[in-house]
Design a protein around this ligand. Structure first.
Ligand SMILES: [Zn+2]
Length: 318
């Protein structure tokens, strides 16, 4: 299956922006836009023979071609989003695989945030302060003082922050984040600063782990790339493309052939190969490269900052 572009989906959120320019040429309607879903189940294929199908539909029809035969499940493994937070997001927790399975979902949600930009003073809540107990968390939810228990991290452009399942977390304003996460719908809202949205206090407490591995990850540079994060469920790399490069060299040494997503954090690119029409990767756009993709060349059309995201299968990484 040839590489194809996916049409991003703009999702309303009370905490979002009225105007996404210059990031995306998009203004909000009646509600602000908070999330741009790059690989959502309902995102549409924008190029090639499967144009117009939803991503979920394409996975149902052709999971083997997309993921490769070694994939442990047949649905879309990763959800990528760009997050535009004008206000604080709720304090929330996602379940791990085991708890998600208990509630009938195929997987939990471990995620990571890569800062595409950050204003001075930008920060996110990532985990609880050392020594905070579940009793203190419950009391903080009840009396509105939970913020005092949150471990705040300053965010600078280029930072990668790991948020494993069970981590109490909240995105705060000031940064624009590329979020890579397991494709799972379960978010338990613990605290919402008094906004009238529904909370899921009991499940959020059930999902919470007091100590997790969450925090900033230092990049590892090797050759033409920086590995920004490489954990149990996904790997995110930033790859230099001077002029052009081949699909073979986009793959890391020893990497199994699998699905990959290409995201242009800045600049633009074009993928050309035999047997398919060239596919353009616009700024902040997303292209899927199926496991069964023919070889191709990716050309830097100017200013390309290429981020490549691949799933890791559970058990494959510690
Ligand atoms: Zn989250």
């Amino acid at each position: 299956m040839a590489p194809f572009r996916i049409e991003p989906q703009f999702v309303d959120r009370v905490w979002g922006y009225r105007d996404l320019r210059p990031w995306y040429d998009r203004e909000a309607g009646s509600q602000p836009i908070g999330e741009v879903w790059l690989t959502g189940d309902q995102c549409l294929v924008a190029t090639g023979e499967h144009t117009g199908k939803t991503l979920a539909g394409l996975f149902a029809e052709a999971w083997g071609a997309l993921l490769g035969a070694a994939a442990p499940s047949k649905d879309s493994p990763l959800l990528l989003k760009v997050i535009f937070a004008k206000e604080k997001l709720s304090v929330q927790v996602h379940p791990d695989d085991k708890m998600a399975n208990k509630y009938g979902e195929p997987r939990g949600k471990t995620e990571s945030w890569y800062a595409l930009s950050a204003e001075p003073g930008a920060e996110v809540a990532c985990g609880l302060k050392p020594g905070v107990t579940l009793e203190q968390v419950k009391a903080g939810i009840a009396d509105g003082t939970l913020e005092a228990s949150l471990n705040m991290l300053p965010v600078e452009a280029g930072d990668m922050i790991f948020v494993d399942a069970g981590t109490v977390h909240a995105i705060w304003p000031g940064s624009i984040l590329l979020e890579t996460q397991q494709n799972c719908d379960l978010t338990y809202r613990m605290y919402d600063y008094g906004r009238p949205r529904q909370l899921h206090v009991e499940k959020s407490i059930e999902a919470t782990r007091l100590q997790t591995r969450a925090g900033k990850i230092a990049p590892v540079a090797l050759g033409d790339r920086k590995t920004l994060i490489d954990v149990e469920y996904f790997r995110v790399q930033q790859i230099k493309v001077a002029g052009s490069t081949s699909s073979t060299s986009l793959r890391a040494a020893g990497e199994a052939v699998s699905l990959a997503y290409l995201f242009a954090a800045s600049g633009a690119a074009r993928l050309s190969g035999s047997g398919f029409e060239p596919v353009d990767l616009p700024t902040r756009g997303i292209v899927a490269v199926p496991a069964s993709s023919p070889e191709f060349v990716i050309e830097n059309l100017g200013g390309l900052d290429l981020i490549r995201i691949t799933p890791n299968w559970p058990g494959g990484k510690a």
